[in-house]
Write a protein that binds this ligand. Structure first.
Ligand code: ADP
Ligand code: MG
Length: 395
């Protein structure tokens, strides 16, 4: 694939790229709707990602192209930039903007991106393009940012330049992900542990529901509000900072403080899911994949029944997974209402799983899902001539 992109670069810019970079997408293995409640999440980097090839130019211009989009742009070097409508190149532009604000010494570059993450389906192609850009510029111009500073700068792009108020998990996982490791991350203080996660003889199937994107932000905000109500009610008797500060035994005792049945169920999900994350870390580290898979199913059930953020599409995938003996666990991943599900599938049974699920899902939902096989991959890096862990069908 590198050769194809290099010749694409040459066609576009009439010269060879000088350096290439890669940043993965990410998924959350377990711990959903926990980040804003003070608990631990468990993201990992995946083997799909965004590639960036670049070379300097002497015209003091940023020429920005993507093999995924028609639109391209040439932008003169300036000390600040503003967002340009809904253009895809706002992401690199935002990175350049904040680096210029930091008084970085940038100069003209020709840039070509290519990504094989399905865009807009919750695998964070946005954090991936932010990080690959930030990492590449930092490397190429020797700017001296630490990896954590690049994470924070990329989050600033997402929040302040693009205008999406998302947490830190995506950028963190894209930057700090490691092959065959999950990250156990506290989003409040960014403390994290690295968990050995050898999935062999299973792989991570990522199933895109392909549900047309609807604005789920209002539901998301509703859940955030319900968690705040639950916390406030519990704080009448308990000294808590976050909902995840209480365990499920204490919750049983004090849940009467929450008068709304709905709010109580939301809190129950958060508190039990937070405990599941810790159990999941133990299971993974001890190579108990069956135990981990069971926790995935429990997580899905809780998100469906208690937190009510699943939907027919995600449920259909998990329902099918439960009938296939090649699968030991499945759940929705991300905020919900659509996006992707993940499943732990025996490698040799993946093709059968994929074919069977496609038929089942299409009959039930009316259109097909897209199913990818992935492994836990590494974080943002320089793309050397060979990155054997990155598996691409079009290599
Ligand atoms: P998600 O992060 O869930 O994939 P977002 O809507 O947050 O979805 O981000 C998707 C946007 O990121 C795209 O619309 C595009 O602007 C940008 N993007 C991601 N990958 C690429 C790419 N390979 N080339 C150009 N733009 C990309
Ligand atoms: Mg995104």
């Amino acid at each position: 694939m590198k050769k194809v992109l290099e010749s694409e670069f040459q066609k576009e810019y009439k010269k060879l790229p000088q350096k290439s970079f890669f940043a993965p997408g990410r998924l959350n293995m377990i711990g959903e709707h926990i980040d804003y409640n003070g608990g631990l999440v468990m993201p990992c980097a995946i083997t799909m990602g965004t590639y960036l090839l670049l070379a300097p130019n002497s015209d003091h211009l940023f020429r920005i192209n993507s093999a995924n989009f028609e639109e391209s742009v040439e932008i003169p070097l300036a000390s600040s930039y503003i967002k340009s409508g809904e253009s895809w190149y706002n992401y690199p532009l935002g990175v350049i903007h904040f680096m210029m604000q930091d008084k970085c010494n940038l100069d003209g570059l020709d840039l070509l991106y290519y990504g094989n993450i399905p865009i807009g389906s919750g695998l964070s192609s946005s954090a991936s393009i932010e990080l690959v850009t930030a990492f590449a510029l930092n490397d190429f111009f020797s700017l001296g940012y630490s990896l954590l500073e690049l994470v924070l700068l990329s989050q600033r792009v997402e929040n302040k330049f693009i205008g999406v108020s998302s947490g830190i998990m995506d950028q963190f996982a894209v930057a700090f992900g490691q092959k065959d490791k999950a990250l156990l991350l506290n989003c409040n203080n960014l403390e994290y542990a690295v968990i050995d996660s050898h999935l062999d003889p299973y792989l991570l199937a990522i199933i895109n529901t392909n549900k047309p994107r609807k604005l789920s932000a209002s539901k998301y905000n509703e859940r955030v509000g319900e968690c705040a109500l639950a916390l406030k009610a519990l704080q009448e008797e308990l000294d808590l900072t976050y909902l995840c500060d209480i365990d499920s035994v204490a919750f049983q005792q004090y849940q009467y403080l929450i008068t709304s049945e709905t709010v109580r169920r939301r809190a129950q999900h958060v508190i039990e899911e937070s405990e599941r994350v810790k159990k999941a870390a133990t299971a993974l580290a001890g190579r108990d994949l069956t135990g981990f898979g069971k926790l995935m199913y429990e997580s899905h059930d809780s998100l469906k029944m208690l937190y009510e953020v699943s939907g027919n599409e995600l449920d259909a995938i998990v329902d099918y997974a439960l009938t296939d003996k090649n699968v030991i666990g499945a759940r929705m991943t991300g905020a919900g209402f659509g996006g992707c599900a993940i499943a732990l599938v025996a490698k040799e049974g993946f093709q059968r799983f994929s074919a069977g699920l496609t038929v089942y899902y299409a009959a039930k939902i009316g259109y097909s899902p897209t199913i990818y096989s992935s492994e836990i991959g590494r974080g943002v890096c320089t793309w050397l001539s060979a990155l054997p862990e990155i598996d691409h069908p079009d290599d």
